[in-house]
Design a protein around this ligand. Structure first.
Ligand SMILES: Cc1cc2nc3c(=O)[nH]c(=O)nc-3n(C[C@H](O)[C@H](O)[C@H](O)COP(=O)(O)O)c2cc1C
Length: 169
C-alpha cells in the first residue's frame, strides 16, 4: 500500500494502453472514489459517463484525434452541470469546474492505486463531445479520462520548486 505522496508520485499521464479490459469491479471502485469527492455546498454537480463499447469509443475519439487515445479500452467522461453548481454570492463565480476537477483527480489517483493508467484530456472538441453524448441543458463535458492498462512508463516529474510557488506570511 502506497502512502499518499507515493501515490501522487506514481500517477502520471499515460498515453499508451494495452487492449486488456478493465475489470468491472475496478471501474466501480473508480466511480465510488469520484462519488465521494467533496464539492461546493455538497451540491455534487457532476455526471460520469462510462464508455466501453467500440462504437461509442470510436465516436468519442473523434473529439480528440490522437492515435493513443483510441488504444484505451475505456473512457470516463466527467461532466459538470451549471444548473446544479454553486455560484459564489458575492461575484457569481461558478464552482462547477472545480468540483468536477476534484472528482477527476480522485479517479486518476484511484486508477493509479489499482494499477491502471489514466490521463486528463481537456483539449478536445467539447461541442462535438456534447453532441456525441447527447448532453442537454447546462451539462457539459469537463474532461475525457482514458483508463486502462498502461504500456508506457512515467517520465520524470517536472515541477516548480516549492520555493517558487509557496509564500509564507
Ligand atoms: C486540466 C488538465 C488538462 C489536460 N489536458 C490534456 C490533454 O488534453 N491532452 C493530454 O495529452 N494531456 C492533458 N493533460 C495532462 C498534462 O499534460 C499532464 O498532467 C502534465 O503534463 C503533467 O504530467 P503528469 O500528469 O504525467 O504528471 C491535462 C492535465 C490537466 C490537469
Amino acid at each position: 500500500m502506497k502512502n499518499f505522496l507515493e501515490l501522487v508520485k506514481a500517477r502520471y499521464s499515460s498515453r499508451a494502453y494495452s487492449d486488456r479490459k478493465v475489470e468491472p469491479e475496478k471501474v466501480e471502485y473508480l466511480l465510488e472514489c469520484a462519488r465521494l469527492a467533496p464539492s461546493a455546498v455538497n451540491l455534487q454537480p457532476w455526471h460520469f459517463i462510462v464508455i466501453e463499447g467500440a462504437d461509442m469509443r470510436s465516436k468519442l475519439a473523434e473529439c480528440y484525434k490522437r492515435e493513443w487515445l483510441r488504444e484505451a479500452p475505456l473512457y470516463i467522461v466527467v461532466c459538470a452541470d451549471k444548473a446544479q453548481s454553486w455560484k459564489r454570492r458575492k461575484d457569481g463565480h461558478d464552482h462547477a469546474d472545480i468540483d468536477a476537477a476534484i472528482a477527476i483527480e480522485h479517479i486518476c489517483l484511484a486508477a493509479t492505486e489499482q494499477g491502471l493508467g489514466s490521463c486528463w484530456v481537456c483539449n478536445f472538441d467539447a461541442e462535438l463531445c456534447s453532441q456525441v453524448l447527447n448532453l442537454e441543458g447546462e451539462l457539459y463535458p469537463v474532461a475525457i479520462i482514458p483508463v486502462g492498462y498502461a504500456t508506457d512508463e512515467p517520465t520524470e516529474k517536472r515541477r516548480k520548486a516549492l520555493e517558487e510557488i509557496v509564500s509564507r506570511m
